[in-house]
Structures are given as structure tokens and as C-alpha cells.
Write a protein that binds this ligand. Structure first.
Ligand SMILES: [Zn+2]
Ligand SMILES: [Zn+2]
Length: 270
């Protein structure tokens, strides 16, 4: 069974040049049952102001037009967004979600103390162990401040950057308590855990979060998972979903979820 890709970007995002039609063409070629567009909205992105603003009216009307044109019994398109969390934006995000009818909302932490760990500056003048710890602390603080999203995006994504790989810093063990606090919070607030395969294109061998964290989530009673490749161009759509499916079955999951009108629907694995 092909898996619905619930995380992808198009030219509506500041870091993608791909017209949404090209993403659709590739998803149909792969035989996916559906896709959810989740273009970026990161207000107050200090490194490059305005880069991740989103023209929501144009975005909405374009996706609606695509839904009308390309949707049939075998292929569906949902309208989503990836919100960049920062505690001071919580109220703006609340209003945004009241005023817009998204199918699906990912809450992602891209900015910690005003800096995106994608940029090397994040790891300067700080012990690497502490730099990563700070990212989890910020995530916990952010989801407590704002929990009105459907799925928590790429939980340990900061480990894609900095010296974690060279130094062998695991994204779970040194931070077990913090990670479990985050998992406990999302489970008790009916927020899904996103399984994001975007790291494979950077040569990493695991999704975000790592297998260990996904297993822990299941052990703690977590049952809502969404799956996305975080593709910014067509060739990455659905990447490594076969690997992920095996791993999720191994961990005891029987289904994953796709959100439509902010409601989770079960999709069978295998
Ligand atoms: Zn993201
Ligand atoms: Zn993304």
C-alpha cells in the first residue's frame, strides 16, 4: 500500500522553486493515494526577514484550484501549512487558525532564541550537548505556549545540523527526560508525532525523530502518526517510505493518520 505524503513544499515556500503542479505530477506517477501541501509560514524569521512569509489568499486559491483539477477517486490533495513556532507568535497563530480552514497544521520549531540551527552560528560559543538540549527545552516551551496544531514536525530535526554526527551525540539518550516530557505532552493533547524522512536526502540513515524516539512514543501510548518526506522538489516525494513502513510495523503501529478538515483519519500500513 502506498503511503500518503503529508509534508511537502512548493514555490509558495521561500525555499522551494517547484510549481505545485510538478509535485502533483510526481505524486501521481508514484501512485500515492494523496498528498498534503504544507507550505512554510515562519513569521519573524530574523536571519532573512520575510523569507518564510506566506501569501495565504493566493496559496489557498491555488490549492483549491488544484484540488478541483486533479482530485479523483484514486488521488486526493489536502490543504495544509507548516507553522514555525516561536512563543511570542502564539496569539497570531491562534487568530490565523480561526480565520483559515486548513485541513492539516504542522507545528515545527525552526528558530531557537531567534536563530535557525540550519545556520552554523547556532552552534558557535556553546557546548554542543547544551546546544541540542536548548533545542528540546525551546520545543517544550513552545508547545506549552501553543498546542493548536495537528502534528509535531520533525521532533529531533536540530540533530540534522551541527556536530551530532561527528561526535556521536544521540538525539534521545542524553535528553531522555526532556524528550519524554515532549512525548507525554503531545500524547495527552492529541497531537500527532510526525515521521519526517527529509533527513535521508542529507545522507542520514534515520527519520526525524529517530527510531528510538518513535518506539518510545509507541510504548508511552502514542497512537497518532503522520508521515511526510518534507520534499521541496519532486524527486524527494515519498522518499524512504518503505523503510519507514517496516519500522512502524515493527514498533507495533497498524495505521498512520491523514488529516482532513483538522480531523485524523486512519490509513492502514501494509
Ligand atoms: Zn520544517
Ligand atoms: Zn517542511
Amino acid at each position: 500500500m502506498k503511503i500518503w505524503d503529508s509534508h511537502m513544499h512548493s514555490s509558495f515556500s521561500g525555499d522551494s522553486q517547484t510549481p505545485p503542479e510538478e509535485m502533483i505530477a510526481q505524486a501521481q506517477k508514484l501512485g500515492l493515494p494523496g498528498i498534503t501541501f504544507t507550505d512554510h509560514l515562519d513569521w519573524d524569521f530574523k536571519e532573512e526577514p520575510g523569507l518564510f512569509d506566506l501569501d495565504i489568499p493566493s496559496y489557498e486559491s491555488k490549492i483549491q484550484e488544484l484540488i478541483n483539477t486533479y482530485t479523483d477517486d484514486n488521488f486526493k490533495i489536502n490543504y495544509g501549512i507548516e507553522l514555525g513556532l516561536q512563543t511570542h507568535l502564539s496569539n497570531r497563530h491562534r487568530v490565523l487558525l480561526l480565520e483559515n480552514d486548513f485541513d492539516y497544521v504542522i507545528g515545527s520549531l525552526h528558530v531557537i532564541d531567534g536563530v535557525d540551527p540550519y545556520y552554523p552560528a547556532y552552534f558557535e560559543n556553546i557546548d554542543p550537548i547544551d546546544a541540542y538540549r536548548k533545542s528540546y527545552e525551546a520545543m517544550l516551551e513552545n508547545i506549552i505556549a501553543f498546542d493548536e496544531f495537528d502534528s509535531l514536525g520533525h521532533l529531533d530535526y536540530v540533530f540534522r545540523y551541527g556536530p551530532a554526527k561527528e561526535l556521536g551525540i544521540d538525539s534521545y539518550e542524553p535528553y531522555q527526560e526532556l524528550v519524554e516530557q515532549i512525548l507525554k505532552f503531545i500524547i495527552s493533547h492529541d497531537i500527532a508525532l510526525e515521521i519526517n524522512t527529509g533527513a535521508y536526502k542529507r545522507g542520514l540513515k534515520e527519520p526525524n525523530p529517530s527510531f528510538k524516539i518513535i518506539k518510545k512514543y509507541k510504548e508511552m501510548g502514542g497512537n497518532l502518526i503522520t508521515i511526510g518526506a518534507d520534499a521541496h522538489s519532486p524527486e524527494y516525494i515519498g522518499t524512504h517510505f518503505d523503510t519507514i513502513e517496516e519500522m512502524l510495523l515493527d514498533a507495533g503501529f497498524k495505521a498512520y493518520q491523514v488529516y482532513k478538515s483538522r480531523t485524523p483519519y486512519d490509513m492502514p500500513l501494509k
